[in-house]
Design a protein around this ligand. Structure first.
Ligand code: NAD
Length: 491
């Protein structure tokens, strides 16, 4: 049965569905980047609140700025923006749930003005983002907004026909300011250390180039809460669609699958109101820093540790890397001996329990999280997920080999062929730039570590790191992954 509003009441009784009147919900949130994660996280928390009758001002309007968003928009529009959430775990099944929190979905392609008007509407009180780690146009080595990018230059030249997030946000905030409408909160839900601060820097960087009065107004009035977000959400496959139909009869063009675990720690800095998400398990705090450093260092860092070595070994899914005891032991030791010593105490969390839970979550065989997904966008992920750990280790004079191996594995992976001889594409928007850096085998270490946008200046200047990287890379090239792991674990 096709998923849509008309068929909701005919779905099997075991399927959970919106328990509120969708037509009465106003859209207080505009979300840019409606991928899997938003649909499994913020939209789900909001759905829980809507089901309690507590969020009628906080429905969500999705927005897609890129051509690739058209497929998701068309899929959701054809089913009245309803979609199914399927939780996958090795434990008991949880009920399938139809989510109704997204009530509309706009595409930039279909008219800039309508989108700017939506963002400028007084009803829009929060704009949230999941635009990936690379979407913030920030130079990782300096932390500064990168105004040289052609799309940013385009937006500065065409302020009423922008293409980027920051062009749209600035255009809408200009309208709000001119009309005396209070600004919205800009809430990043991307995996970035201090994601609110990064969003603030990027938006202010853009506004400064556009209009200094707008810059000052945004600086004084818009709030940018930092957040730690967590829920492993793999890409939806045709197998997931077929399984959903077989189990429930629901024909959903684009269901979302996720692990049962979900977490959101959020700073309570909202300039224009917010939903009472604390009623449904969101933890509000004054300082999210220890939570995000723990999560990004341990979860996202460990993901990279298992992803590239796993890909080189020919593993397809995250759980296969955890069933590989050699790889699992290495990942755990990286967490225990490299990341943990650099972490501050995290209120209310026992780090050993947290790491045990991570290994359990990575081992989930039902979710089939793709190693290729974990390997994507390495050039944006390394500076956020692994290099802060490395910089801490260099500063404290700690052993560097396990961390160096993660980076060497990425470099070796960029060659595009695994140890079974199988070729794969490099899923990174900067793949051509990376390919150039590894093209000369004789100068590989120097050219690769000279990628300043990734490594900055301090890392290549560390002789100890360069030596450790070179050692691990040579081992991978000559001995292969297993012998390299055996050596690094024996040292
Ligand atoms: P996805 O590929 O399903 O969706 C990505 C969305 O971001 C798409 O709508 C795409 O159009 C948009 N986007 C990408 N680059 C953009 C840009 N430059 N400007 C505007 N929009 C852009 O990915 P996802 O699984 O939804 O993950 C998105 C982000 O969510 C991740 O990068 C990460 O920061 C965060 N996150 C994901 C997970 C997860 O397990 N998937 C967990 C925690 C956090």
């Amino acid at each position: 049965m096709k998923l849509n509003a008309e068929n909701l009441s005919s779905l099997p009784a075991k399927v959970l569905r919106p328990g509120y009147e969708r037509s009465l919900v106003r859209q207080g949130i505009v979300h840019i980047g409606v991928g899997g994660f938003h649909r499994a996280h913020e939209a789900v928390y909001t759905e829980m609140l809507l089901n309690q009758g507590q969020a009628n001002d906080w429905g969500i309007c999705g927005v897609g700025l890129r051509a690739e968003d058209r497929a998701m928009q068309a899929a959701l529009a054809s089913q009245d923006y309803l979609y199914t959430l399927v939780e996958l775990s090795d434990g008991a099944d949880t009920p399938v749930q139809v989510i109704g929190a997204i009530g509309d979905f706009m595409l930039a392609d279909e008219g800039c003005d309508a989108l700017i008007a939506k963002l400028a509407s007084p009803d829009t009180r929060i704009v949230s983002l999941t635009i990936t780690e690379g979407g913030y146009c920030t130079d990782d080595s300096s932390g500064q907004f990168n105004a040289r990018l052609p799309q940013i230059q385009h937006d500065l030249e065409h302020p009423q026909a922008p293409k980027t997030v920051f062009g749209f946000l600035a255009a809408a905030l200009m309208r709000r300011r001119n009309a005396g409408i209070a600004p919205f909160t800009l809430m990043s839900c991307d995996n970035l250390p201090h994601n609110g601060d990064v969003a603030r820097k990027a938006l202010l960087g853009f506004c400064a180039l556009r209009d200094s009065a707008l810059h000052d107004w945004v600086a004084a009035n818009v709030s940018f809460p930092n957040a730690m977000v967590d829920r492993i959400t793999p890409m939806t496959s045709d197998g997931h669609r077929a399984q959903l139909q077989a189990d429930t009869g629901i024909e959903d063009s684009w269901p979302v699958v996720a692990e049962p675990f979900l977490q959101w720690v959020l700073e309570d800095k909202f300039c224009n109101g917010r939903p009472e998400w604390e009623r449904v398990g969101v933890q509000f705090t004054d300082d999210v820093t220890p939570y995000e450093e723990m999560k990004i260092g341990l979860l996202n860092g460990a993901h990279l540790a298992m992803a590239y070595l796993g890909a080189l070994l020919g593993h397809e899914f995250a759980h296969e890397t955890m069933q590989d005891t050699q790889l699992r032991d290495y990942v755990r030791r990286y967490m225990d001996q490299d990341v943990t010593p650099l972490l501050a105490a995290v209120p209310g969390i026992d780090l050993n329990d947290y790491k045990d839970t991570l290994i359990e979550r990575f081992s989930n065989t039902a979710i089939c999280d793709q190693v290729s997904r974990l390997c994507s966008d390495g050039s944006s992920k390394f500076p956020k997920f692994v290099l802060p750990t490395l910089l801490g280790q260099i500063a404290q004079g700690r052993a560097l080999d396990r961390t160096a191996l993660i980076i060497a594995a990425w470099c070796h992976y960029l060659g595009g062929v695994d140890e079974k001889g199988k070729s794969y594409p490099i899923p990174d928007p900067r793949a051509a730039w990376l390919a150039e850096a590894i093209s000369d085998g004789d100068k590989l270490t120097d050219n690769f570590l000279a990628l300043e946008d990734v490594f900055g200046q301090k890392i290549p200047q560390s002789a100890a790191f360069k030596e450790a990287f070179q050692r691990q890379l040579e081992r991978l090239q000559t001995l292969g992954v297993r012998a390299t792991l055996a050596k690094v674990m024996a040292e």
